[in-house]
Write a protein that binds this ligand. Structure first.
Ligand SMILES: *Cc1c(COP(=O)(O)O)cnc(C)c1O
Length: 220
């Protein structure tokens, strides 16, 4: 399927999911995840009207996006992959939202760079809802303490939560858990749902869904 056609089809499904979800449904803004894709694919999506993109590596995003900004000033870019503190400077300079704050060291590095650059990207905390040892994200039981550290120690405003459920489990309970955590800590935004489950995520409150394969095809 052409990128533009895939985008329209997904937007229709998101609109339906919002209706189905009723009062529980989220905004369902579509983040086109363009990691590993050539800049030509990003341009095709831009020409089709897509403006919100996600990348999981700082360096890859730096190679693709700055050149597009002058032509598409309303383009928005989210960092959805793990961040190393030695890349905090580049991340703060380039991204509009950083969804993967998950360690004290990262919170400190981001705060320092925001002050140095006078830039205020939106910030989400990634939660490891499945408590998987290999996965990034704050453990649910440590979220309260981490949010306090971000806010009180570093003066950061965290506006949402993000999760990647375990691949071998039904995602819905994880989406519901993330929604409850966001409610508990009074965080307005939720980033959850990917190609296989974005409709469920929207029904359950996702304000942002991160979709790659369903837009651009299988990654090589
Ligand atoms: C790659 C990626 C996605 C998109 O995955 P698809 O299955 O291709 O839609 C979403 N979120 C994160 C964090 C990713 O790394």
């Amino acid at each position: 399927m052409e990128i533009g056609d895939a985008l329209s089809a997904i937007q229709l499904k998101i609109a339906e999911a919002k209706k189905d979800g009723g009062i529980l449904a989220g905004d369902g803004q579509l983040i086109a995840v363009s990691k590993t894709r050539p800049v030509e694919d990003v341009e095709a999506a831009l020409e089709a009207g897509q403006r919100l993109f996600g990348e999981n590596r700082v360096q890859e995003a730096e190679a693709k996006f700055p050149g597009l900004r002058p032509r598409y000033p309303d383009l928005k870019l989210h960092l959805i992959g793990p961040l190393q503190s030695n890349k905090a400077k580049e991340a703060v300079a380039l991204f509009d939202v950083i969804e993967t704050i998950d360690r004290p060291k990262i919170a400190a590095a981001i705060a320092k760079e925001m002050a140095a650059q006078g830039r205020q990207p939106g910030l989400f905390v990634q939660v490891n809802t499945g408590e998987e040892p290999q996965k990034a994200g704050v453990l649910p039981g440590e979220l309260g303490e981490f949010l306090t550290l971000c806010c009180k120690t570093h003066g950061l405003t965290i506006s949402g939560l993000m999760c990647i459920p375990p691949v071998d489990e039904a995602p819905a309970p994880h989406f519901e858990f993330l929604r409850q955590l966001a409610e508990k800590y009074k965080l307005p935004k939720l980033s959850m749902g990917m190609s296989a489950d974005y409709e469920t995520a929207v029904q359950m409150g996702a304000d942002y869904v991160r979709v790659g394969t369903a837009i651009f095809g299988a990654r090589g």
